[in-house]
Ligand binder design. Structure first.
Ligand code: NAD
Length: 497
């Protein structure tokens, strides 16, 4: 292994690597040690202005937007190839920067590359529609790129989430400015170098690092940015929509979650416990679709809860580069404090910390936290309602199916839901009534890239995935062609109307 972390990360604007004009930098920390990994250029309004100008010029003049999907597809395939050729390095950087165990980041990098391949294929297949109006008109509709897109991404699984936005945006023909999360910029930097190697036309891909309140906010406010695709916290989404309203932007919002796992008496409880532990404690609990509320029917509680607590206590917390590690450090000391504030709140609200809740004694440095299970939780508690976004699972019990559903739906969020039952009709009934954008029945979280992805209620607006992504990144244009002289009223002529 001979990879290194660059000593400084720069913006990529109009095909050139540049610092911020005022020279401002910020530190990027290693979550496992708290040490500084590198320094990153802190962009603001000036860098966003340059990047948007480069993207707008590429939109107006270059081939990217004007030519079709078949032209763009090979560039995306090239990016995917380069990512796969550098997969081990990307996984190494991602683990170093986020603390996600290396076994898990490897899978994420492969999936991120797959996103580029998938949308290359969709770009080739992108098609329009024709509407013959017999004897009078031939109408046809085509998808066209919208304009400059601003892509704003969070720190959890950064490369994967960047690929979800970049691949369909590029496939659709929109030049863009990416604003990666400030706590995990390393793989965005490496990916930008690979994109440079793929030789996209100048100005199509731009990246400005920096904080949300400066770089992110400038991108949202910029009048020449037509689209904002945002993934992050619900409260940030609200701020962004308010400030983007002035320039009437189109938004895709992938926001927070507090997703329920409903385990009914008749479930295969062994598999349900496996999936509940996987869904909560992989990716360090920093997963938007984490099943962070486990709702167990009373008849299954004695079989589920003690086993879940026992197994959670055996989850291996440690060095994310150790192949045996299940749970690495949280992203940042500030986030550790936030997650721990919920762990401290739980007993004050009347819940019990059944396992975990501490920094593991053998890991005095870094943002480590044991896998934590809260029992005796009631639906009105904050630990049952608010997104904690760490390895903290809230467990509740319910009596009837109606009670379970009411409890599942009694939060502001509606991203994902997981249903465990062997009753086929109940599975469909609950899937129908649970308030969530995505439901998994007798399964953990696996996703086919064609399937709509997104949340209901406060978890988001719009859906990504497959052609739905093109609905966001393209505009329909309809063209009406007269096939015969149309009967046009002749205003102002002598025999008018
Ligand atoms: P965050 O909202 O703090 O930040 C996300 C991004 O927005 C960052 O790049 C940040 O710099 C930027 N930002 C912050 N304030 C901004 C502003 N005023 N204007 C423009 N940009 C701004 O979120 P986070 O803490 O990085 O990520 C965790 C959150 O993301 C969780 O709530 C999680 O559920 C959510 N998430 C959702 C999905 C999904 O698909 N629904 C996926 C992953 C993460």
């Amino acid at each position: 292994m001979n990879w290194t972390v660059p000593p400084r990360l720069q913006h990529f604007i109009g095909g050139a690597w540049v610092d911020s004009c005022d020279g401002e930098m910020f530190a990027d920390l290693n979550p496992a040690t708290g040490q500084v990994l590198t320094h990153v250029a802190a962009g603001g309004a000036a860098e966003v202005e340059d990047a948007v100008r480069a993207a707008a010029a590429a939109f107006r003049a270059g081939p990217w937007a004007q030519r079709g999907g078949a032209y763009r597809a090979p560039f995306l395939e090239r990016i995917a190839e380069l990512m796969l050729a550098h997969a081990d390095e990307l996984a190494w950087l991602e683990t170093l920067d986020t603390g996600i165990p290396i076994r898990q980041t490897r899978g994420q990098i492969a999936r991120a590359a797959e996103n580029f391949r998938f949308f290359a294929q969709r770009a080739r297949e992108m098609t329009g529609a024709t509407y013959p109006v017999p004897g009078r008109f031939l109408n046809y509709s085509v998808r066209q790129p919208v304009g400059v897109a601003g892509l704003i991404t969070p720190w959890n699984t950064p490369l994967m989430l960047e690929s979800w936005k970049l691949a369909p945006c590029l496939a659709a023909g929109d030049p863009l400015v990416l604003k990666p999360a400030e706590w995990s910029p390393l793989t965005a930097d490496r990916l930008a170098h690979l994109i440079e190697e793929a030789e996209l036309p100048g100005g199509v891909f731009n990246m400005v690092h920096g904080f949300g309140e400066t770089a992110g906010a400038s991108l949202v406010a910029h009048p020449d940015v037509r689209l904002i695709s945002f993934t992050g916290e619900t409260s940030t989404g609200r701020t962004i929509m308010a400030s983007g309203a002035a320039t009437l932007k189109r938004f895709s919002m992938e926001l927070g979650g507090k997703s329920p796992v409903l385990v009914f008496d008749d479930a295969d409880v062994g598999r349900a416990v496996d999936a509940a532990l996987f869904g909560m404690f992989t990716l360090n609990g920093e997963r938007c679709t984490a099943g962070s509320r486990l709702l167990v029917q009373e008849g299954a509680a004695a079989r589920v809860i003690p086993e879940l607590v026992r197994r959670a206590g055996r989850i291996r917390v440690g060095d994310p580069f150790d192949e045996a590690t299940d749970l690495g450090p949280l992203i940042h000391p500030e986030h550790w404090d936030r997650v721990m504030s919920y762990v401290a709140l739980a007993p004050q609200e009347g819940a019990r910390v059944a396992v975990g809740g501490r920094r593991p004694p053998h890991l005095p440095e870094g943002s480590y936290l044991e896998a934590t299970v809260l029992t005796e939780v009631r639906p009105e508690m904050r630990v049952a309602r608010e997104e904690i976004f760490g390895p903290v699972l809230a467990v509740m019990t319910f009596a009837s199916e109606a009670d379970g559903l009411a409890m599942a739906n009694d939060v502001d969020y509606g991203l994902a839901a997981y249903v465990w039952t062997s009753d086929l009709t109940r599975a469909h009934r609950v899937a129908d009534r649970v308030e969530a954008g995505m439901v998994w029945v007798n399964s953990h979280n696996v996703r086919d890239l064609r399937t709509p992805f997104g949340g209901s209620k406060m978890s988001g607006i719009g859906r990504e995935g497959g052609d739905l992504s093109f609905d966001f990144y393209t505009d329909w244009k309809s063209v009406q062609v007269a096939l015969a002289p149309a009967d046009i009223p002749r205003l102002g002529s002598s025999g008018s109307v």
